[in-house]
Design a protein. Structure first.
Lengths: 144, 381
């Protein structure tokens, strides 16, 4: 059995292609968006809905906060041979107004970022294992 | 419902004890607390044990196997960094409910080296663990950055928290470290997640702390009121639903909720609190919690640290023990260790670091995930 050389780190959390999007759910009862997907019961204590639609979330948002992470996270994070510090951002989605954490696209440092800055979802390699590149969503400053 | 009193409390000196088992660490603290109360395990009607790393391993029963298997009920608690406070609060509730009139609460942890959340999934919350964006250093760094943006708080002001707490720990023989860390050393240390350097992150240590608590009637009957500490409030919260924070851990709201409830339960305001042991898992966290606990307005936090308001001798000394940053943070022990610190001041037994005339103190812990516990303690009258 041959394996595709590119795989998402977590299946079903984002789409690929030129304009990748995060995949979440929306509660039919109260309209709340969820990421990761909520599928069984609603987290909203005043909602009893059990119906959720899978939705693609807006692929742009604005930076709420950001930092640079110099410390190798514990397992299950896979660091490869040598840990490389990375920039991370918490971004408030344009439409859903939910804050989503993510690494920032390769090559961007905190100096390149500011709060309120517009970001978009991109998909980049997170790590490589057994000849396969595993990808994840990242936040990239939107070219203006 | 009876008021609840602490009549015996102690902790081992925090450090690294790789050759001592978790139950032995807990047993040592338990016997110290029993000695402090002048009682024995035979007097305890139940044991509430907090431990996170061995949450499935019956640590409480194994502590009894070290100090005396009296056959009493044992409850084992795990609640992230609020584990010790949860064990204490379970004991408090049992006495409040009138089921028992005297119980033992023990918090224990063996951490090994590394940073908070650095010990694998069993020791922290594996938020997006695989993806590397939801680690605790990252979450508290970003929360600090938000404070900086909203209120102009600077890297230097965050760093001063660590300078202060390390200074305090030089006066605490039970702290992991007794070393001064000048501002330039803190700011120049290895960066973990901006604005927190390595010296602005809590220290992973092994530790244990224990408390004997009882009803008012029992404390009077045993003649223990002179050194007793009254529990004026015991409150716990979890994260309330917020559509904005489905995946982003919120480090503020559950503390604000718990503080409001605790002040109401105690019938006191934050301005009456003489000292605070709060959850400085990262230097940025202490700054956030000044506002969350109502010690000042959020925008005043930077000024409070600049002017020494939260240092020993200041308006409301915070983390006089050295805090998690320098005393150390053995997860399951921390909640009872900070109750020990405040109780020691209320008893007037804190030696060089005594907060003079302390009458009311507050302890606070927060475990991401989230569990927040606050206790308000008062010198018994
Ligand atoms: Zn709903």
């Amino acid at each position: 059995m041959s394996q595709s050389p590119i795989q998402p780190t977590v299946a079903g959390w984002f789409t690929d292609g030129d304009e990748p999007k995060l995949i979440g759910t929306q509660c039919r009862g109260c309209g709340t968006y969820f990421f990761p997907k909520q599928e069984l019961f609603c987290r909203n204590p005043s909602c009893t809905s059990t119906d959720f639609d899978e939705v693609e979330l807006s692929r742009t948002g604005r930076i709420w906060s950001y930092t640079k992470h110099y410390y190798a996270p514990p397992e299950p994070y896979i660091t490869g041979d040598e840990f490389e510090p990375y920039t991370i951002a918490a971004v408030e989605l344009e439409t859903e107004k939910m804050v989503i954490l993510g690494q920032v696209a390769n090559g961007f440092e905190p100096e390149d970022l500011h709060t309120g800055q517009e970001m978009e979802v991109v998909v980049e390699k997170l790590y490589e294992q057994d000849g396969t590149d595993y990808t994840v969503w990242k936040w990239k400053p939107r070219a203006s | 419902m009876s008021d609840v009193y602490v009549i015996g409390i102690d902790m081992i000196k925090f450090g690294r004890f790789p050759d001592i088992t978790v139950p032995k660490l807990g047993a040592t603290a338990a016997n110290m607390a029993l000695d402090d109360a002048g009682l024995t395990i035979q007097d305890m009607q139940a044991l509430y044990s907090g431990n996170l790393g061995q949450a499935a391993a019956m640590v409480g029963q194994r502590i009894l196997a070290e100090i005396g298997q009296t056959g009493v009920p044992v409850v084992n608690c795990a609640n992230a960094c609020a584990t010790g406070a949860t064990a204490f609060r379970e004991g408090w509730m049992a006495i409040k409910a009138g089921v028992y009139d005297m119980v033992l609460c023990v918090g224990t942890e063996q951490m090994g080296k590394g940073l908070l959340g650095g010990g694998g999934a069993s020791k922290g919350i594996p938020t997006e663990g695989l993806l590397g964006s939801g680690t605790m250093p990252a979450v508290f760094a970003e929360a600090g950055m938000e404070h900086a943006r909203n209120y102009g708080t600077s890297f230097e002001q965050f760093a001063k928290v660590s300078v202060k707490n390390h200074h305090h720990s030089t006066l605490n023989p039970k702290a992991m470290y007794q070393i001064e860390t000048p501002l330039e050393t803190v700011m120049g240390a290895e960066m973990i997640a901006y604005p927190n350097t390595k010296l602005m992150c809590s220290v992973n240590v092994d530790g244990a702390a224990a408390a004997v608590i009882c009803s008012e009637e029992k404390a009077r009957e045993l003649g223990k009121m002179d050194r007793a500490v009254k529990v004026r409030a015991s409150v716990m919260t979890s994260d309330p639903f917020q559509a904005r924070n489905m995946s982003m851990p919120d480090v503020n709201t559950c503390t604000q909720l718990a503080a409001k409830q605790a002040y109401e339960m105690a019938g006191v305001g934050p301005e009456e609190i003489d000292l605070v042991e709060l959850h400085d898992c990262f230097a940025t966290a202490e700054i956030l919690h000044y506002g969350n606990l109502g010690l000042g307005k959020p925008e005043e936090a930077g000024r409070m640290i600049d002017e020494g308001e939260t240092a020993l001798g200041g308006r409301v000394p915070v983390n006089v023990s050295g805090g998690l940053l320098s005393k150390g943070h053995p997860l399951g022990a921390t909640g009872i260790a900070n109750i020990y610190e405040v109780s020691t001041h209320l008893r007037g037994e804190a030696g060089q670091r005594q907060v003079e005339g302390a009458r009311l103190g507050l302890t606070h812990v927060i475990g991401l995930g989230s569990a927040c516990a606050i206790h308000i303690l008062e010198k018994a009258q």
